[in-house]
Design a protein around this ligand. Sequence first.
Ligand SMILES: O=C(O)CCC(=O)C(=O)O
Ligand SMILES: [Fe+2]
Length: 287
Amino acid sequence: MASTRQGASGPSATTETISFMPTQRYSPEQIQSFIQDAKRDGFVVLRDHLSREKLQGWVEHFPPLLEKQIEVEKDSPNRGAQRFYVTLPFTAPYADPSIYEDEDVLAIVEELAGKDFVMCQLATDTPLLGSDYQELHRDTPPLFPEWEVETPSFQLAVNFPLVDVTPEMGPFEVARGTHMMSKAEGLRMLETGEVKLEAICLALGDVMIRDVRGIHRGTPNRTETPRPMVVIGYSRKWLNRPEVSIRIPREEMDKVSERARRMLRFNPVLESVEEKPAQETYQAFAY
Ligand SMILES: O=C(O)CCC(=O)C(=O)O
Ligand SMILES: [Fe+2]
């Protein structure tokens, strides 16, 4: 699908626009099949989907960001021992529409999170050597905790690693199909063996789209290699998640497509790139 992209102030603006040719790799039938998988299982994996070459830029720019976060949190890592949550700056190489506007991913996201969904998070989870098993958790409480019924999806995580994840590197583990039941019921099914935790070893380029209510945990990275997992959060348009906003420099906002401007509309726009929060605001993460 071809599309025209313009700067914020219209075609006459001198602002550089980000151009890329959006390509959809999968047929509508294949996309429907991924959507059915995601609805049933709570997650779906698109293997070898993103360009490894493109992700190399993400890989190369990441170590200093991780180092900085380790420095800030080394005495009280919020996600567990040797496990760090790092928000990515919405600048190059991370402000990349070929990733956050991936046509196949968005076609699936739109079915699951509804038309006019929003993008609310661009971050990473990284276990290092010395990390441990996390408690089994969901990343959000149910929408209506006093109601015994789970709703359709309202919060999705699009995850992809910045390394080829091996079983020794602390893969993400998830219990299939537990997103549409209470946490207590999911834990009970794990206890009785009716459902089992599955380690999802993603390679660089693989993408997982998941409902964050699926019961999951991070596992110990037993290698010297950090295992960064990117998380791009997409939610229903009415869901407010102030703890994970994307801080968008004005000059970056001026470059994005009309669709991206709409997706990003509830995020704060920074007039200066120097405006930075002192620390991560996404602290309570497990429910
Ligand atoms: O990256 C992982 O292994 C999962 C981390 C996680 O689930 C969390 O911190 O909420
Ligand atoms: Fe989690």
